[in-house]
Design a protein around this ligand. Structure first.
Ligand SMILES: [Ca+2]
Length: 251
């Protein structure tokens, strides 16, 4: 049933992509190790390091990682009852969502000491930051823009492709004025206009998961990180043995 839903909601609109959004391909620039046991739910690159948030109860954590060898420099485990989701940095704070617990944890980015918590009314999936608001996905087609001080929603948009709402927006990244979103259980990243929710273009990462080992049946593309200083784009997946630097190729 879920597969049928995805075909109708995601793949069908993409089939008409030649009349709508541009479809981009990719090239692998570099391959790095990634912990195959990590159920990747949040990913960003900041000041020379990779930060990853993982899910599953009892295995959820926030980690600061060395890109080259995936060694863990700092880690904070969540309590057994929380399922970790998206992460993002704002100034000196790192935010971490939980899936269905409505809890948002805020840590000092240097020590991972917990500073505060916030309430999120919806499920927590992906998180990004546009320099003013945190951008949250909750598994639906909606992106919410949250005040970082209070985590209160300021506005929202529904993401559409050729007029159809695209649900299952998962891990997010804000890149040069666009929101990039993994669509859960697909090989597609949507490039979204944050003002209107319209999908400007699609990055098709078909074939990438075949270039790594997959650690479980839940191993799907999820994790986009942008190094704005050197303009490097990193992607990985849940239970993937590798993280890839990719270059997006024109249609
Ligand atoms: Ca991200």
């Amino acid at each position: 049933m879920r597969i049928l839903f995805l075909v109708l909601c995601v793949l069908a609109p993409l089939a008409y992509a030649q009349q709508g959004p541009v479809r981009y391909g990719y090239r692998v620039v570099n391959t790095y190790p990634h912990d195959i046991t990590a159920f990747t739910q949040g990913l960003f690159y900041h000041e020379g390091f990779l930060f990853e948030g993982t899910g599953k109860r009892g295995l959820s954590k926030l980690s600061k990682l060395n890109l080259e060898d995936a060694s863990e420099l700092l880690t904070k485990s969540l309590s057994q009852r929380y399922f970790g989701e998206g992460i993002e940095v704002v100034d000196d704070k790192i935010y971490q969502l939980t899936w269905q617990s409505h809890m948002v944890f805020v840590y000092d980015k240097h020590s991972f000491d917990q500073l505060e918590t916030h309430y999120n009314a919806t499920e927590g999936w992906g998180l990004a930051y546009n320099g003013e608001h945190l951008i949250l996905s909750d598994g639906s087609a909606r992106l919410q823009f949250m005040d970082p001080e209070t985590f209160a929603p300021v506005r929202s948009v529904d993401v559409t492709l050729n007029g159809s709402a695209i649900p299952n927006l998962n891990e997010l990244e804000y890149i040069n004025g666009e929101v990039w979103a993994n669509v859960w259980q697909t090989d597609f990243i949507l490039r979204i206009d944050p003002a209107t929710g319209r999908v400007n273009s699609v990055v098709d990462l078909t074939g990438l998961s075949a270039m790594t080992e997959l650690g479980s049946s839940e191993a799907v593309l999820n994790g986009i990180a942008w190094d704005a200083d050197t303009e490097r784009l990193f992607v990985t997946g849940k239970h993937w043995a590798h993280l890839f630097e990719i270059e997006v190729l024109g249609p």
